[in-house]
Design a protein around this ligand. Structure first.
Ligand code: B16
Ligand code: MG
Length: 211
């Protein structure tokens, strides 16, 4: 039996468009250029690090307090989108695959940088699928640091060598490998050199050899 550790944004749900719209409001308000390409760099990265990436294009320097306020304002916009999420925002293939992995006896965990993880899992009615949740509220270093995945393994009581991380972000694949885990990549991460299993579709998780 294995432990599967799932990233949230970009793997189980597609909230990156909400992150984009919320950050865009902040950037526009500050007169800073921001587009979808820059938004791609924010995948898997913590909220404050995301803000620092956006502010790279600013000529002005902001205090820690000002940055806290901007991050909070962004999160308030973002949460307005999350409030409208429903179970329909999870693709049937995702729900079916998780149910099948559970039926086969594997352990399932979340390994997400997001502090909104539990709210998203509640909105989409995914909470009951997981044995453990490691997220932005229990880490001090974000991906590519392995902390979020190592904590997930500890929470389910398994060793890193028995864990398979499913990720869409390159920072997430780096984190999985740094944790000594196997890494399955979907989307952009499927084409990354360090990815062990390349997934075209979520259901292909069930075809991973030896599970
Ligand atoms: P929050 P993941 C990450 O989630 C997102 O990919 C990233 O864009 C976001 O900045 C980060 O969560 C923090 O999110 O502001 O909700 O705490 O991909 O690790 O599930
Ligand atoms: Mg992600």
């Amino acid at each position: 039996m294995k432990t599967f550790i799932f990233d949230l944004d970009g793997v189980l749900v597609f909230t990156d468009k909400f992150h984009y719209q919320a950050w865009k409001k902040i950037a526009d308000g500050l007169g800073i250029y921001f587009d979808e390409k820059i938004n791609n760099r924010l995948r898997g990265v913590s909220r404050m690090e995301s803000l620092d990436i956006i502010l790279e294009r600013s000529t002005k320097r902001y205090s820690a307090g000002e940055k806290e306020d901007m991050a909070e304002e962004k999160n308030n916009y973002y949460k307005e989108f999350l409030k409208k999420m429903t179970p329909q925002d999870v693709e049937p293939a995702v729900r079916e695959t998780l149910a099948e992995l559970r039926r086969l006896g594997h352990k399932l965990a979340i390994g997400s940088s997001s502090k909104n993880t539990k709210f998203i899992l509640q909105q989409t009615k995914l909470m009951d699928m997981f044995d453990a949740i490691s997220d932005g509220t229990n880490i001090t270093r974000s991906k590519p640091d392995p902390e979020v995945f190592l904590k997930a393994a500890t929470f389910v009581g398994d060793i890193p060598e028995n864990c398979i991380v499913v990720e869409d972000a390159i920072a997430g694949i780096e984190a999985a490998k740094a944790a000594g885990m196997m890494a399955a990549g979907i989307g952009e991460a499927a084409h990354y050199g360090k990815t062990d299993y390349r997934l075209e579709h979520f259901k292909e998780i069930l075809e991973i050899e030896g599970i």
